[in-house]
Design a protein around this ligand. Structure first.
Ligand code: ZN
Length: 110
C-alpha cells in the first residue's frame, strides 16, 4: 500500500490560505488522503439537516466541519503567525525537523 504524503498531518495547526475560509486557523482533526482533503477544527462549518432516525431520536440542524482541500492549508508558523512553506532540516542529533522556510524556526509537531 502506497501512502500519499501531505505537507500536513493530523494534529498540525494550519492556516487556511484560500477559499471562503481563508484566514482561519485550526487543528487538523482528520486527513482524508483519498480525497486530498483535511478536516480542520472549527473551519468550514456546514449546517446539516438531520432527520430523526432509529439511532438518533432528535432531528434538527447540526453544525459540522466539512473537509477542505489540502492545497488550501499551510502549516502555521508560531513565530510568523501565518501559514508558511516548510522544509526539513537535519538537526545536530541527526533527527530531521520541520522548519519554517520564512524565518527558519523549527516547527514542533505533536
Ligand atoms: Zn516562520
Amino acid at each position: 500500500m502506497e501512502s500519499i504524503r501531505f505537507h500536513v498531518r493530523k494534529n498540525d495547526i494550519v492556516k487556511v490560505i484560500a477559499g471562503k475560509e481563508k484566514g482561519k486557523s485550526g487543528k487538523i482533526l482528520k486527513v482524508l488522503p483519498k480525497k486530498n482533503r483535511v478536516l480542520v477544527e472549527k473551519v468550514n462549518f456546514i449546517k446539516r439537516h438531520s432527520r430523526p432516525t432509529g439511532r438518533t431520536r432528535q432531528g434538527g440542524i447540526i453544525q459540522k466541519e466539512a473537509p477542505i482541500h489540502v492545497s488550501n492549508v499551510l502549516l502555521l508558523c508560531p513565530k510568523c503567525n501565518q501559514g508558511v512553506r516548510t522544509g526539513m532540516r537535519e538537526l545536530e542529533n541527526g533527527k530531521k525537523n520541520l522548519v519554517c522556510k520564512k524565518c527558519g524556526e523549527l516547527i514542533e509537531r505533536t
